[in-house]
Design a protein around this ligand. Structure first.
Ligand code: ATP
Ligand code: MG
Length: 383
């Protein structure tokens, strides 16, 4: 929402600056002899305004030839030599010239040299200037469009994922209510009810974690944090679950390894290691082994979470960090997975200036590695 407001304000700002440039130019026309001119024949005032405008600025003369354009106009292929390459922009400029006013339009332009798929979205303002000149201001909104599409997709996915456990819970509750005397059935349905409720709780927690991490405000105040404590706490949280699934959980002897200090937030880092451990246990068979190891060099702290589980096919290894991506949705669903855990890990690690990677072999197991920048003894983060 905040981004939307910012984008809207930017749009208004660009529009306002366009109008300001138009007015300044009108003034310039009236007092042209009093103002110093620049090499392209524009007043110093107008040149300064054009420099201050965020976005692409182009000035055309009365014959639609480019008088002045910034580097982005060339780089994005909007102008070539002294000509505008896109007929839509020329016709917009002509309309503004004829109307003697400011006209704004959203225009999709093909990226020069790219296939038809690669379109750039521009919000374009064309302002008529004196002497038949036209000022064009174009704001590239392609990234905004992609962000909006990602947000829409996320909302659609969340709604879909929420509907499944909510539907199951209400169905199970109705069944229990309809069979008040069948104690055996009640016990069976109540177990499933608990499982669905837990899944719903996990999903809601994941969504809260993710939206907090994606919020534009700084999500936390970083402190010097020792990853040995992070690993110990994350392992403690998983011990019971590993035992329940008959999985051996090997942890490093943190009393015998040197400090692993990074700048960060302990709770978030525990969540990240916990999510990796949660997967290692969830995607392993009974009798499997999950091991956490860690190391550091001058620059980086590395935490490895290895398992002897089902592994991840090569073509899915990049995708597992995407939101809601699951290699086998049926299996994840059965075990309560929603496909957000690794996306949360990726965000947390990125917020700490690090990376997360995976090495995996189908049927043999996986190793996930979190790499974080070391905080040196003076408390300065190494770059
Ligand atoms: P949750 O949001 O509850 O963590 P999830 O475990 O399905 O759900 P992620 O943790 O993001 O979601 O993992 C995405 C997918 O990557 C999983 O569904 C699974 O297919 C695969 N995956 C992740 N870790 C492992 C692992 N250690 N071994 C095998 N597959 C894994
Ligand atoms: Mg997971």
């Amino acid at each position: 929402m905040l981004i939307l407001i910012m984008v809207a304000s930017l749009g208004v700002l660009v529009g306002a600056v366009g109008v300001a440039a138009f007015r300044i130019s009108e003034r310039e026309h009236a007092h042209s002899s009093a103002l110093p001119a620049t090499a392209d024949g524009l007043s110093a005032d107008l040149s300064a305004v054009l420099h201050a405008i965020p976005g692409i600025t182009i000035i055309l003369d009365e014959d639609d030839e480019v008088v002045r354009a910034d580097a982005h106009a060339h780089a994005k292929g909007i102008i070539h030599g002294r000509e505008i390459t896109h007929p839509e922009l020329i016709s917009l400029a002509r309309r503004a010239r004829r109307a003697g006013s400011l006209i704004s339009r959203d225009i999709e332009l093909p990226r020069s040299g790219m296939d038809d798929e690669a379109m750039l979205d521009f919000q374009v303002h064309a302002a008529s200037l004196p002497a038949g000149r036209v000022l064009i201001i174009a704001e590239d909104r392609t990234q905004h469009r992609r962000d909006a599409a990602a947000r829409r997709e996320f909302t659609a996915n969340v709604s879909h994922e929420l509907k499944t456990p909510v539907g199951a819970i209400s169905l199970l509750a109705e069944t229990i209510a309809a069979n008040p005397h069948d104690h055996e059935a009640i016990a069976r349905f109540a177990t499933r009810l608990t499982r669905e409720a837990r899944r719903l709780g996990n999903l809601v927690q994941d969504i809260i974690d993710l939206s907090r991490l994606q919020s534009p405000e700084a999500p936390y105040e970083p402190h010097i944090t020792d990853c040995r404590a992070v690993i110990t706490a994350a392992i403690q949280r998983q011990e019971t679950r590993a035992e329940q699934h008959d999985i051996t959980l090997n942890s490093p002897d943190t009393t015998r390894i040197p400090p692993l200090q990074v700048w960060g937030n302990e709770d978030l880092l525990i969540t990240a290691v916990h999510n990796l451990l949660d997967n290692a246990v969830r995607y392993s068979h009974a009798g499997g082994v999950v091991s956490v190891t860690c190391e550091r060099d001058e620059e980086w702290v590395r935490i490895h979470v290895a398992d002897t589980g089902i592994g991840i096919p090569a073509d899915a290894q990049e995708r597992v960090f995407e939101r809601f991506y699951r290699v086998d949705p049926a299996r994840s669903r059965a075990t309560g997975g929603t496909g957000l855990g690794l996306s949360i890990v990726k965000h947390i690690v990125a917020d700490h200036g690090g990376t997360v990677s995976v090495h995996s072999e189908e049927g043999a197991g996986s190793i996930f590695t979190m790499t974080l920048p070391v905080a040196d003894r003076e408390g300065q983060e190494l770059s």
